[in-house]
Design a protein around this ligand. Structure first.
Ligand code: ADP
Ligand code: F6P
Length: 319
């Protein structure tokens, strides 16, 4: 392994820079040249590669976003697009590619691996929707951002004795909502894995009111529906003033948490090690607190399982 390339792809996540820093510094430490690819697969197709040194990743460990930029690239989903990308890697003499991104980016990496390019993926997505790993880089920071927002919403919601519906990201995965719901002391967590019945929800709100609840915080995962519509429906049925807050892209930014920096640093180092061992088509993950690598196909085929115990906890503690 003489030269590797690294790119960030899909939605950005806090900690991607820390992962990039680890990849670059570990590779150079092992005597491997590193090329950074700008703008994900789009930059790969267009040959946007530049050599990175230790200094090119200085002062980024604490920064959100990705200094490499990221992109969603439709052309790469076509065989012709991937052929162009593979040619660019060949032209630049790249022996291995590290892809930092989510499941879509991993699917792309798997195609390249099947084309004979050694690839390894590092999970970077706030959604935490990759079942093979306990945590993806960015999830913890996003969660803390959501908690900070919930604390503030709680203040005003309580003063006005209102219902607040807070919509959080996660695509079809309820992890951000569930963890934020427990950590933020929400009255109700609504996630795609479980759904909800509007009548049951309103009954719970009525019962809470009888028990003296001053306000209701409802955390809604975006994969279930919109907060504005839900708040309106709840207000119509219960007669209690309701407000919606859509947290949006604030969840994707900010300085990575200590946990995400550690995770990113460990995963970045592991990715280089995996390539040095001559493996390809692997993804780095965390299981039982340990850094592991897994076959990409196996990882992508794993069904997502909701942590039922956590869901139960969210219900018990909200009473
Ligand atoms: P994420 O990696 O965060 O899940 P996306 O799903 O948007 O984000 O995927 C990022 C990029 O990965 C896409 O823009 C595309 O270039 C590539 N990609 C996604 N799905 C595929 C696929 N089925 N085949 C090839 N490339 C894909
Ligand atoms: O995958 C990360 C994510 O932030 C999802 O939670 C969200 O559904 C999506 O990306 C938003 O994508 P965009 O930034 O393209 O609006």
């Amino acid at each position: 392994m003489k030269t590797i390339a690294v790119l960030t792809s899909g939605g950005d996540a806090p900690g991607m820079n820390a992962a990039l820093r680890a990849v670059v510094r570990m590779a150079i430490y092992k005597g491997i040249r590193v090329m950074g690819v700008q703008r994900g697969y789009s930059g790969l197709i267009n040959g946007e590669l530049f050599e990175m040194d230790r200094r090119s990743v200085s002062d980024i460990i604490h920064k959100g976003g990705t200094i490499l930029r990221t992109a969603r690239c439709e052309e790469f989903k076509t065989p012709e697009g991937r052929e162009k990308a593979a040619n660019v890697l060949r032209v630049f003499g790249i022996d291995g590619l590290v892809v930092i991104g989510g499941d879509g980016s991993f699917t792309g990496a798997q195609y390249l691996s099947e084309m004979g390019i050694a690839t390894v993926g590092i999970p970077g997505t706030i959604d935490n929707d990759l079942p093979y790993t306990e945590y993806a880089i960015g999830f913890d920071t996003a969660l803390n951002t959501v908690l900070d927002a919930i604390n503030k919403i709680r203040d005003t919601s309580s003063s006005h004795e209102r219902i607040s519906v807070v919509e959080v990201m996660g695509r079809n995965c309820g992890d951000i909502a569930l963890h934020a719901g427990i950590g933020g002391g929400a009255e109700k967590v609504i996630i795609p894995e479980k759904g909800y019945e509007i009548d049951d929800l309103c009954k719970t709100i009525f019962e809470g009111k009888l028990r003296g609840k001053m306000h209701n915080l409802i955390i809604l995962a975006e994969g279930v529906g919109g907060a504005n519509e839900l708040a309106k429906e709840i207000e119509e049925i219960t007669g209690i003033e309701s407000r919606a807050t859509i947290l949006g892209h604030i969840q994707r930014g900010g300085s990575p948490s200590a946990f995400d920096r550690m995770l990113a640093s460990r995963m970045g180092v592991a990715a280089v090690e995996v390539l040095m061992e001559g493996k390809s088509g692997r993804v780095i993950g965390m299981r039982d607190g340990k850094i592991i690598d897994e076959d990409i196909n196996t990882a992508l085929a794993m069904p997502r399982k909701l942590d039922e115990e956590l869901y139960e906890i969210s219900k018990i503690l909200s009473y």
